[in-house]
Structures are given as structure tokens and as C-alpha cells.
Write a protein that binds this ligand. Sequence first.
Ligand SMILES: *Cc1c(COP(=O)(O)O)cnc(C)c1O
Length: 379
Amino acid sequence: MKFNTKAIHGGQHHEPAYGAVMPPIYQTSTYAQTTPGGHKGYEYSRTHNPTRKALEDCFASIESGKFGLAFGSGLAAIDAVLKLLKPGDEVVSTNDLYGGTYRLFKRIFEPFGIQFHFVGMQNIDAIEAQINKNTKLIWVETPTNPMLNIIDLKAVSKLAKANGLLLAVDNTFATPYLQRPLELGADIVMHSATKYLGGHSDVVMGALIVNDEKLAEKLYFIQNASGAICGPMDSFLVLRGIKTLHIRMQRHCENAAAVAKFLSAHPKIQKVYWPGLENHPNHDIAKVQMKDFGGMLSFVTKGNNYAEAIKIVERLKIFTLAESLGGVESLAGHPASMTHASIPKEEREKSGVVDSLIRLSVGIEDIDDLLADLKQAIG
Ligand SMILES: *Cc1c(COP(=O)(O)O)cnc(C)c1O
């Protein structure tokens, strides 16, 4: 089956009782048994739920994996991966990482004795330099947030395999429509399904997808034992969201390309970060490992004025000033005062998060309205 068909049919079967085309919302915590242990494969909804199972099979299908797992949030999914490790283990991770992932690593898992090294992964040698006998996991995010750097997944996978390490990839920004890390050699794919997979800004959810049966068993054990699962209603909503993933992504990419072109030519704009631009430093890798370049884009105004950037995001009318990304509606954010406000100015500027950096999640509205909105806001 090809991707566009998997997005609609992956993991789903017509329901046998009445032929319902959509998997029903099995809003139940428990299941009747005829005799102790005599059940139809479902005992308790933390362990299994039929709506969640349909979604988990759909996750596996669209990421070209064998096993899918759904969690109550993206961070709950990452938390489950980190629980594969033990005190003394070390992790090499991307440096410009989603802030919540960084906080989970540093504030929750470091006190339990796991050590993290954050490196610029565009340089493979920098990753290799951090590997020692305690290293167990490489954690990659690509494209990165909010600088849209691209990391060469085939090269990192080669390095991980040569050193017997697990490779996990946060594929939230790209989605499996644009990039499928398991096909490039990753062991674990993670998603904040809150974003493009759900696609409508109405659910918080996480996903993991793997191919290896032993690894899947360990993760299913953690999912059930730690219990950070998602509910049947949310599972239904994300299943519905995924049915249009391929056409939404097509339009996200198209609109982002037009916005990137408009901003690049604007006299008040200093720099545009979008992997589809030929002047993007990782454009060549993006062209090879991604089908298109995604709907996320950042830009910096000339003069790099903090107050002016805030005025621009306040003046936007169709772009909503909000955290999050990946929904059908366009969103704008100002990392220096929002997502990255807690990071000291010198630290954030080292990775490119300067005062006037504005991040856009380009939605699927009419492009003329989006460009007109940016035009009036930038002035
Ligand atoms: C949002 C996000 C997460 C965290 O997911 P939640 O669903 O908010 O818990 C992790 N990684 C990336 C890249 C994200 O954008």
C-alpha cells in the first residue's frame, strides 16, 4: 500500500457488529469476562483499548513500522523511551531541541543518574566525540525547533549501528508524509501527535513506532506499567486527523514555500530559515531525506529589534499568536519571549534564537490571505 492509502486505511477494519466504517469510540475502562481470564483480547483499558489499537496500528502503518504505541502526550512518549535506560547510561542528543524534551532530560532523568550530551548534529564527528562505553541512545530531532536545521539520518544511523546504540528520532516537524526515519535506519520514531498527525489543534497525544519485536515488548511493558496512555475519544480524533495528513501536508508545504519566497524578498527581513530555500545550509540533505520541506519556518527582521518583533506578532490577524504548531490554522510565535524565554539571552543567541526571531506554523488557509496578513503586520 502507498502512503496516501495507508493514511486512510492503515490499521483500520470495518467494525464487525454493524459494519461501521470508522472504528467506534470504545469508551470503556473494562471488559466482561465469561470465566476468569475468558475475554476477547481486552481486559482493562490502560493495557489495551480497541480504538487506541486501531490508532496504534495506523501509526505503525504510516511510519513503515511493525508496532505503534499511543501515549497521553508527546512528552509521555519520550518519557517511555528514556525508561529503557538505567542509571549510569548516557544519551547524545540534538542541541536545539524542543524545550519540553530538554526539560524532561535535564530536570527529570538527569537526577535519576542518566547523563545527556547536547551537540550540533549537523556535524557527525561532534556526535561521535560524545560516544563512550556508557552511551546507549542517540536522540535526534530533525528539522529542529525553531532553527529548522536538518540532520542527516542515514549518517547518524550508520554511527549508531557501528557503536551498538539505539537511535530515536522525533519526527514531529516532518511527519511520515515527508520523512520516514525507520526506512533510514532509526530504531524508534517519536511524534507529538498533538501537531500534524492530529492536525486540528484539538488533541494532546504522543506516539512511538518501532520495528524490532523485543524493543516493542519493552515499550508496551513500560506503556502499561507507567500508564501514560491516551483515551479512546482522543484516539478517534487522531485517526480522523491522519486521514487527511497527506493532503494537508501538501498544502502546508506549498503555502510555506510561498511565505518563504515572500519573506526572502521583503526589504525589512534579514534572514529566512526554511529547508526548502537553496541558501539553507542543510538544503542538500533535506532534498535527499524529505519528500518536501514542511510547513515550519522562522525569520529575523533587519536590525534585530525585540520590541518590533513583538509588534509584528501582535499585528497579525489570520496567524494566531500561540504556542504549538501543525494545525490547519496558521500560528505565529516569538521564541525569545515565549518558548525560549527561560533560556538566558546569550545561551539562546548561540543557537540562533535572537531577539527578533519569529516562528511560523504556516497553515492551509488561502495563500493570498496569509501573505496579505504578513505584509500588513511587517509594514
Ligand atoms: C510539541 C512537541 C513535543 C512535545 O509534545 P506534547 O504533545 O506537547 O507533549 C515534542 N517534540 C516536538 C518537536 C514538539 O513540537
